[in-house]
Every structure is written in structure tokens, then in C-alpha cells.
Ligand binder design. Sequence first.
Ligand SMILES: Nc1ncnc2c1ncn2[C@@H]1O[C@H](COP(=O)(O)OP(=O)(O)O)[C@@H](O)[C@H]1O
Ligand SMILES: [Mg+2]
Length: 376
Amino acid sequence: MVEFRNVSKVYPDGTTAVNDLNLEIGRGEFVVFIGPSGCGKTTSLKMINHLEPATSGSVVVNGQRVDQVDPVQLRRNIGYVIQEIGLMPHLTVGENIATVPHLLGWPRRKTRARTMELLELAGLDPAVYRHRLPSQLSGGQQQRIGVLRALAADPDVVLMDEPFGALDPITKGKLQSELLDLQRTVKKTIVFVTHDIDEALKLADRVVLMRRGRIEQMGTPDELQNAPVNEFVRTFIGEDRLSQISPEGPVDTLVEDAPLVVRPTESPTEVLEKLEELSRETAQIVDARGRWRGMVYLADLLGAERARRETIDGLGRSDRKLYASEATVRDAAELLVDLDSPVPVLDDRGALAGVITNGGIARLTVSRLTRGGATA
Ligand SMILES: Nc1ncnc2c1ncn2[C@@H]1O[C@H](COP(=O)(O)OP(=O)(O)O)[C@@H](O)[C@H]1O
Ligand SMILES: [Mg+2]
């Protein structure tokens, strides 16, 4: 159904995001891409619906190379769900779900019936929810609608990029279970991206574990857990992930996506508002060319706001950082013990790979302690 044949992706700035990927995904299969931040998951997904063209090799969907079909036609047959949901705020739930059927010119009656059917499948009473606006729904409900919208025109393939990444753990667990139930009915070919190993093991027929643009191992959740091919997989997947992380091991497994990335051209006030919304005290500054320009602290932003600085350019502190290619877990631990704020991790080109936080390490511990327990 979806096939990668020797697919590589090099971005214009020279970053190799995906390196000679070979993978065949069968009809009705639920495949989960997982791996550390920056390993090429999103890029791989976007090459399926040709949002990002491959630099070499070919991506084939339903027997056709994606660079040889009309992209509009292609995308109508491929549902897409992202973390940011992307519902149209001025359209009702019903209208949002009907987006693609509408574009396809379905008769009103057929569209309405399909909308009702999907809402019912997701356990949302159509009479109650169809006419609501997205702003009248909780985050979890909005993300359910995002999933239904992707399914509306009955696409062959559904792509999901960390769709539940922004939800609290309980809502997340519920939506995961619902998605599995839904999949039993609709039997789509699903390609799902996450960096949450518990999510991957719960959802996947097959897990594709990537690192630095390549597949490190793929197989069923059992295969990866029972027969990891190397130390990296063992650490990433292993039941005892945390206890097996060696102090001299690479920091990869600890790196998470930075919660807030801002541009040097933003004003102190804008950044302060974003920090407040996320209840954070630091943001990572990345310029238009993708280079990391330091980490900015709440206190410095408040000072800059009082001094009426127009932008945060130059406010980033860049002395405290690690390079993914050489840093060890011990290096990260030493920095975190000194100061309880995120440690930025850079790749060799100076781009931000992500951050390491005390919170992230605590979550690893908790998920290890609770694994096998209730999953909502
Ligand atoms: N538009 C872009 N231009 C340049 N580099 C990019 C672009 N998008 C992603 N990258 C880089 O490609 C690599 C893979 O990114 P991505 O596919 O987003 O990873 P993931 O989804 O696994 O976190 C990273 O090094 C990232 O910085
Ligand atoms: Mg991504």
C-alpha cells in the first residue's frame, strides 16, 4: 500500500533527514515510526503525501509513484492528522469533518450521513456535537474531530504525526484505545509517528525504530522487546530502559522535542506570553536558517521588556549546551544537577535537536514503574 524504495531526503541546507529508507507497508497495517527527536519521522511521513519530495529513490502509494500523480488527488486519498489539530475555528464540527467530502463534491445527503456515522463511531452524539464550534470542545474532543476529519472521505491511507502528543496522559490513553477500536472497524492503512515508546507498543502492528535518518530495527512490538538487534534498540525499547541507560551511553534516548522554539525577531512580550501559556521559564531561539541562537530565560525577557527592547535577538544564552554526537548521559546529568532548566542538545551543524529535562527523565522513570499497569 505504501512503499519506500531507497528513499533519501536532503534538505536544501544540507541536512540529511532520511537516509536510504526501504520499507513496505501492507494494506490495513498500523505502522508506528518512533525514534529520538530529529531522526526523520516527520520527514518520512511527509514524503508519503508528497508534502516533502524525496531527494532520491521513490515513494509509492497504491501502486503509483507519488511524484507522478497530481498532488491534490493524492492528498484526497490520504488523511492527515497533526498534533496542532488544525480544525477551522469558524466552521462547525460537522463542517470540519465534511471538508474533504465537500471538496470532492459529494451530495449533501451523503456527506451528512457520513458525518453522523463518524461522530457515532467516535461516541460523540451528533445531535449535540455536530453544530458546535471547535472552541466549544475540550482538547481531547478536538483531536477526536481531527481524526474523524481525516477519515471522512474514506481514504486508503491515514498519516498521523504525534496526534496525541499535546494531550494529558489520561485523555491520551483514552484516544489511543478509541483509535484501536475505530481501526478494527475502518481497517485503514495507518502510518503513525510518535516519540512515546509506550504509545508505539500499544498501537502498532509493526514498529519502525529510526535513528539519524535510518531504520535501526523494525518488527512487531514483541519482536523489538524480545529481540532488540543492538544496544540502542535495547535502551530505547527495553523494559528497563532507565536502569539500562549507562552513564557513558549517548544522550539520544533522553532528548525530547523542545516545548517552545521562538525566532530572534520576536518581541520580549510575545515570547513572555507564550511562556506563560505553556507555564515554562525558558525558550529556545532558532533563526530562520534553522541555527540555534541560544536559550532565553524568563528573567532576561522581563528585563528586556522593561527596557523596551524590540526583539529578543542577542538575549539567548549559549554557554550551556550539549552536542548529540559526543555527549554522554553523564554530561547531561551533570548539567541538570547544577541547574534545573532544560539542556539544549545540538546536532553537528548547530541545529537544535531537542532538550533534556529533569521532567523528561522523571517521566521515563514513572512510565517504567507503571508499565504493565492500567492504561485507561
Ligand atoms: N525544512 C527543513 N529544513 C532543514 N532541515 C530540516 C527541515 N525539516 C526538518 N529538518 C531536519 O531534518 C532532520 C529530521 O527532522 P524531522 O523529520 O522533523 O525529525 P523528527 O520528526 O523525527 O523529529 C532534523 O535534523 C531536522 O532538523
Ligand atoms: Mg516530528
